[in-house]
Design a protein around this ligand. Structure first.
Ligand SMILES: Cc1cc2nc3c(=O)[nH]c(=O)nc-3n(C[C@H](O)[C@H](O)[C@H](O)COP(=O)(O)O)c2cc1C
Length: 215
């Protein structure tokens, strides 16, 4: 499947939530480049609590579709990246985060502070607070993947229409995993989605404080 690079500005402008895909396989090297873009995303304390399950096998896509309100594009896509967060990721990964950081020049004062504040901050979170935290972190990474895929000439569709428990069962996810969204990737088949438009900047952006127009 040939891919052509677009500028990021063009990819952002052209992107639509793709309604239907042709299902052609994505070369493994392209998929890895897309995934790698996500793994370079920022995260709180660099804890990288995201986990991604890449679904490409036809039978598994069919099962995932059944867990996603029968949305056809789950099965039609070349690959579906199931973006998850691990509620317990920080417990397992704190030492590795510090090791990587030190290797990259993290000051000892920073490491000592993180070693205390990461458990203090994250262990005190309720289930809902942790879900909110994971939503934030995982979505940054997923958006990086979406944009990289679009720049590479692929089409994408982010999805929240799935049943949490069913997806967890289908993918045999550990109990600590929380599914944030699905990202379908492939090539558009048929007409693209209409452009739904965007609210005017004066409706959604303020300068300095709420209600003041941005100058
Ligand atoms: C987090 C998220 C979840 C979404 N879930 C679905 C979904 O389950 N099914 C679907 O058809 N579209 C889904 N969409 C696509 C939106 O409907 C679409 O982005 C929106 O209508 C704007 O259209 P555009 O992306 O083409 O500009 C989702 C988008 C986002 C960002």
């Amino acid at each position: 499947m040939p891919t052509s690079q677009k500028s990021l500005a063009q990819a952002i402008r052209d992107r639509r939530a793709t309604p239907s895909f042709d299902g052609e396989p994505i070369p493994a090297s392209d998929l890895r480049q897309i995934l790698d873009a996500g793994l370079h995303a920022p995260s709180g304390y660099n804890m990288q609590p995201w986990r991604f399950i890449v679904v490409q096998h036809p039978e598994q896509k069919k099962r995932l579709r059944a867990a996603s309100y029968n949305q056809a594009k789950v099965e039609e896509a070349s690959a579906v990246i199931v973006a998850c967060g691990d509620r317990d990721g920080w417990r397992k990964d704190l030492d590795e985060m510090l090791r990587l950081g030190r290797a990259g020049g993290m000051p000892e004062s920073y490491a000592a502070q993180a070693e205390n504040s990461v458990p203090a901050y994250l262990s005190g979170m309720s289930y809902d607070q942790m879900s909110g935290w994971l939503n934030k972190m995982v979505t940054y990474a997923t958006m990086s993947m979406l944009l990289m895929a679009e720049v590479m000439g692929y089409d994408t569709a982010p999805m929240e229409g799935f049943e949490q428990q069913k997806v967890c069962e289908t993918l045999k996810l550990p109990m600590s995993y929380f599914v944030v969204s699905l990202l379908a990737i492939g090539k558009l088949s048929g007409p693209d989605k209409f452009y739904g438009g965007r609210f005017d900047m004066s409706h959604t952006v303020f300068g300095e404080e709420f209600g003041k127009p941005l100058k």
